[in-house]
Design a protein around this ligand. Sequence first.
Ligand SMILES: [Zn+2]
Length: 474
Amino acid sequence: MRRMSSDSLLKRRHAALGLLCIMALATPPARAGDTPLGIAQQLSRAALADGWSHNFLEGLTTEIGPRLAGTEAEARAADWAEAQLKAAGFDAVHREPVPMTAWLRGVETAEVVTPSPQRLVLTTLGGSVATPAGGVEAEIAVFRTYAELLAAPPGSLAGKIAVVTERMVRVEDGSGYGAANPIRRTGPSEAARRGAIAYLLRSLGTDSHRLAHAGALNYAADAPKIPAAALAGPDADQLERLTSRGPVRIRLVLTPTERPDAQSWTVVGEVKGRELPDQIVLLGAHLDSWDLGTGATDDGAGLAIVAGAARLIAALPAHPRRTIRVVLFGAEEMDYSGAAYAKDHAAEALHITVAAETDFGAGKAYALQLPAGAAGSPFARDLAQALTPLGVFIPRDPPQFAGADIQGLQHAGVPVMAARQNGLDYFDTHHTADDTFDKIDPAELAQNVAVWAAAAYLAAEDDIDFRATATPAH
Ligand SMILES: [Zn+2]
């Protein structure tokens, strides 16, 4: 994502988008006799000139701001999103409850006690237990790679605070995050198994700023639960340098709390199919965010993309044959969304033609992966023609992982598609206080809306059976 050079540039862009929007509305978006490809191309052109998604994201990040799962702020975001979908002309707008245990951040401080007292910048991992109110103070054991921690024998960390300073790798498609994820997800329990009393990691991020990256952990059932937090990158560097000179003691205070009877909400709106309303093309993104920033790239952008794309389709003179369902999932960051939706909609899974999710910011899309076997179909040929002018190609390989919100559906056999976006900068601000609206490039956001407007329309208008295409040939 790129920073705007000034507010005035942003205002000029808004004005230009507004003008183009009026021009686009002046032309009927579809005429009788148009081919599905022709309508998909018109949708994409309209999306590139449409400022609705950018305005949606500005509204969400300004009027609601951070929306941690299960909190009053997330509930307000659900109210806000429901009103937006209704106003945008969606059918059957409603919300579905997601029962959950809410996790609430408390005090989070850390400091070097000896040899040279100084504050450290960190943030508590989502789901972490608290330290005693007065904190814990102990010597640290620094591991420069996660593998070194895993190689430490049982008991070797008794009474210590384990610190893993491995760096996440910057990669265009973001796959460095998946590779480093176990350091945050399972590191706390691995350290606890070796006797550690608390766990710190270098934030999973690619920036060099003194900001910590939040994110959830997953305690193993058979290990003691120890408090855990992510250090800002420069603070992880500082602990590496200090420990290379001699023993280091730190004090850590983390006071998060849990509310087991909390509730999150998933907000849904549809573009009812004109011929096959029971067949569903599902487009998802997640409504909750971490609490340090305003969740602009994660995942306000995704909400703006899927809602904006479906809104353009809803405004066509004739809806596509199948239903397009926009699902704005609650509690993704706390790992509830995908399983909850798959469980509540298990009986419906067979009717979900295909599912997709956008949860990777607003960086420009460069590829759209289709379910296995679909890449050579007439649907894919039409889609390729619609996407080529947008700089997007269709790879031969299907997506392995298409997002946490739809993973439960994917496991239940629902075919999935996924966009690949330029994510070179995505993990500079991901889950930090710096995930704010100014990081969104309106033109790149609009390009994503254009991709999904074309893809969702063609998937809903075509009669392709993605399950059948996935069956090996006889
Ligand atoms: Zn996300």
